[in-house]
Design a protein around this ligand. Structure first.
Ligand code: SAM
Length: 284
């Protein structure tokens, strides 16, 4: 009899993945960690019963949440990643030649240890890169201390469950703003609007009260079921979102990203929102 893992993040909606081999399961001080092999998706990391990343589809999420703000900005040297314990975001950010430092603030070091041990296809050796600084702690507490001036802040958080709930509150976004250098950009993991519209509406509402420009952009991440996944976007420089295809293409030609989803055309089109998503973000 096959063993199945089920996610019921959304009321009345379940997703099941067969556990072809259980690789690790523990309860840390913060959350329940489960990592298993699945024929369709490769290795799957779940936290508190919610899928975080899979070997097969992680490239879409990590490329879109890292390359999009960095290439839109055009001169990024210092990046903050809040969460990101699987290392996939760190690995993509470090691909950009101009990056001088990436600070990763991850609350649960067991996620990092698990990723280094079982998810090298996602994190590679990013955690060993001399430009990477890993801080084990609460991301909300870190930005509240107003440390560092970053060109891009990437909130690579789980859904607003458990220790991640605080990462969807206005106070956190306000503190992030105080840690952004002039012309900086903040981007956020913001769930699947078809099933989590309220989370997106709330985030954009908070961001719009703090920044001159706030919206979201989209990408289809297979494992985040329900259609498009949304990424919150905010900056005090609205022109950053209006970068031209020509400029983006020039910038992209200068970096060797080996991207399998991100392209300059995908970047531009990701901000074209369908009506049901537009209704969530403009009506705030
Ligand atoms: N791609 C995933 C998604 O879309 O849900 C997120 C990936 S990553 C595994 C999320 C990380 O955020 C986890 O390692 C978790 O431990 C961390 N995390 C949760 N709450 C946090 C907090 N308050 N401060 C810092 N890290 C946090």
């Amino acid at each position: 009899m096959d063993d199945w893992w089920e996610e019921s993040l959304h009321d009345g909606f379940r997703v099941g993945l067969r556990i072809d081999e259980l690789l690790h399961e523990t309860k840390s001080a913060f959350q329940h960690l489960k990592l298993f092999e699945n024929k369709a998706l490769g290795r799957v990391l779940t936290l508190d019963g919610i899928v975080q990343t899979t070997e097969r589809d992680e490239f879409i999420y990590h490329e879109m949440l890292s390359h999009t703000p960095i290439l839109a900005h055009g001169d990024v040297h210092r990046v903050l990643i809040v969460g990101g314990g699987d290392g996939g975001m760190l690995r993509r950010v470090l691909m950009h030649p101009g990056i001088e430092s990436v600070t990763v603030v991850e609350i649960d070091d067991s996620v990092i240890e698990l990723s280094k041990r079982y998810l090298r296809s996602i994190c590679g050796d990013a955690f060993d890169d001399p430009r990477a600084e890993v801080i084990i702690g609460d991301g909300a507490g870190y930005v509240a201390d107003g440390r560092g001036q970053f060109d891009v802040i990437i909130v690579d958080s789980p859904d607003p469950v458990g220790p991640a709930g605080v990462l969807f509150e206005r106070g956190f976004y306000s503190d992030c703003k105080s840690c952004l250098a002039a012309g900086g950009i903040i981007v956020t993991q913001n769930g699947v609007p078809f099933l989590q519209g309220e989370v997106l509406r709330s985030t954009v509402h908070h961001l719009r009260s703090l920044f001159a420009d706030a919206t979201c952009y989209l990408a289809p991440v297979p494992l985040y079921v329900g259609g498009f996944m949304a990424f919150g976007w905010a900056s005090d420089d609205p022109t950053l979102r209006q970068v031209t295809l020509k400029t983006l293409s020039k910038r992209l030609a200068k970096v060797n990203l080996t991207a399998r989803y991100y392209t300059a055309e995908i970047h531009m089109s990701a901000f074209a929102l369908p009506g049901y998503v537009e209704a969530l973000v403009v009506s705030v």
